[in-house]
Ligand binder design. Sequence first.
Ligand code: G6P
Length: 619
Amino acid sequence: MCGIVGYIGNKEAYPILIKGLHRLEYRGYDSAGVALINRRGELSVYKSKGKVSALEHSVDGKDTTGSIGIAHTRWATHGEPNEVNAHPHYSMSKQLALVHNGIIENYKALRAEMEKNGVVFCSDTDTEVLVQLIEYVQHRHECGLFEAVQLALKSVVGAYAIAVLDKAHPEQLICARKGSPLIIGLGTSDQGAHEFYLGSDATPIIEYTDKVIYLQDEEVACMDGSGALEIVNLANVRQTPQTVTLQMSLDELEKGGYPHFMLKEIYEQPSAMRTCIRGRLDIVDKDVLLSGIIDNKEKFLNARRIIICACGTSWHSALIGKYFIEEAAQIPVEVEYASEFRYRNPVIYSDDVVIAVSQSGETADTLAAIQLAKNRGAFLYGICNVIGSSIARATDSGTYLHVGPEIGVASTKAFTGQVITLFLLGLAIAKEKHTLSDEMFHMLVDELQRIPDKMQWTLDHNPNIDQFAQMFTYCKNFIYLGRGYNYPVALEGALKLKEISYIHAEGYPAAEMKHGPIALIDEEMPVVVIAPKRGMYDKVVSNIQEIKSRHGKIIAVVTEGDNTVSQMADYTFVIPDTRDCYVPLLAILPLQLLSYYVACAKGRNVDQPRNLAKSVTVE
Ligand code: G6P
């Protein structure tokens, strides 16, 4: 979703803000803007449609001096993506400028009331309502910015992370949050002076400091140029913030020689998975050590059900997790789209365990789904990648993926990290419940340990996907088929392709093909079939025959050494043999690469596909 950056200190703010916007661009990118107060006390707002580079271009030659500023990259919700609707927004008098991430639900009522009292609006956004409201409150209550922000936010319904500047107080940067993340970085300049950085996440901050404060819901912070920081809640009660040390490194945020973050993240998967299982798989003693399960053993042993709530790619990994947990730990598992779950009054028992799977840990629907489950007394477990994210903090316990920051909008290493984490979880519960024989448990532990090497093998043995992908750039549709554990892989393969190449693609359980999709098959239709020499191999071979006889083009993912499917298929990707349940971790790799190279061949912006956002903090 939208990204916020802020700075107050004794450095020039503009370069810090622009660099921060570039780092946050993966969150949203249809317009960008910056507000600065220069040393003469003038407040300037510059904004432009499109990417951060367009903003930089438009600002060329203008006064960008000043050591206090806020900036924003937008993913439109209210109002089309244009310059007027871009942030920062001025108040009517142009005394204030504000950036906002989130949605103000009662903005129409607030706007109507202010319009009645003479306030004039110039954009369609809910954000402008916020900045006007703060100024309106300032005038009515004759108070300073810090107090006005607190009072104004009391009448706001919705989600927000905001940062505000007031021309009258060039020494103060005010921010607040509810439902949308905001992080304050505590820095020290070369001259030893205190300075503050602000970010929607840690990526724009990490270059300058690893000491941060995660602002909590309904907290308002005042960062002062003198180095003072005051945080209060909406009732003006002073809060004691906790300073946290970030574990992320700057290197992890750079492209490392790859043309796109997505390609880097695809190739990082073997090493990221090693980190994900490090300390959790004990190969010597053949054990799985997951502190979240060890500490909450009774909750899992007594669980009537597990409900997994997720969205997008995370929903696909959850589906693989369901198959495995049911098979290994014999607990019924339901996988829910968080956006549906939160609104349909679901049955939730107090002895249910509800797991939220979310790379960002900020997805609004997933967060709301677990809040609903919490109100019904369920035990909440989070599987997130972003440390300290809202979902990680809202859950009773959980497991981090530890796969490093994922910047490409299309999820790759977070998907495989989620799948591995769900396998670890299933194995850890199975061990406690004794639902697997020792022999099977040890075999699964051993094989999971080998998966990162097998991922590397897969990446090394499918070399010409870039050339092969060229042939598919003119296709309008793709079908992806898989059975059992590979049905979610078909869904994920199709999602990857449509997300970044904009080619329509659908994933199906292979046997469902005859109930409808078969009607679509002709010589124009590529059908990607995940056909490992495991599980329901013979049945998948029959499905391939049905496609062949209708002249569909077969792209098959096969096990190394397979001749049957390789001879039937027009193109094959190879993976090494592994246990049935672990095939998704290998089969998805060539499918990620296929999507990547088709999208590149079509000239798409792979890391920042149109209309998508990395972190969807609105419902
Ligand atoms: C967005 C992203 C997807 C992601 C989904 C869920 O739509 O573009 O890649 O799968 O959100 O995100 P989460 O952070 O909850 O896993």
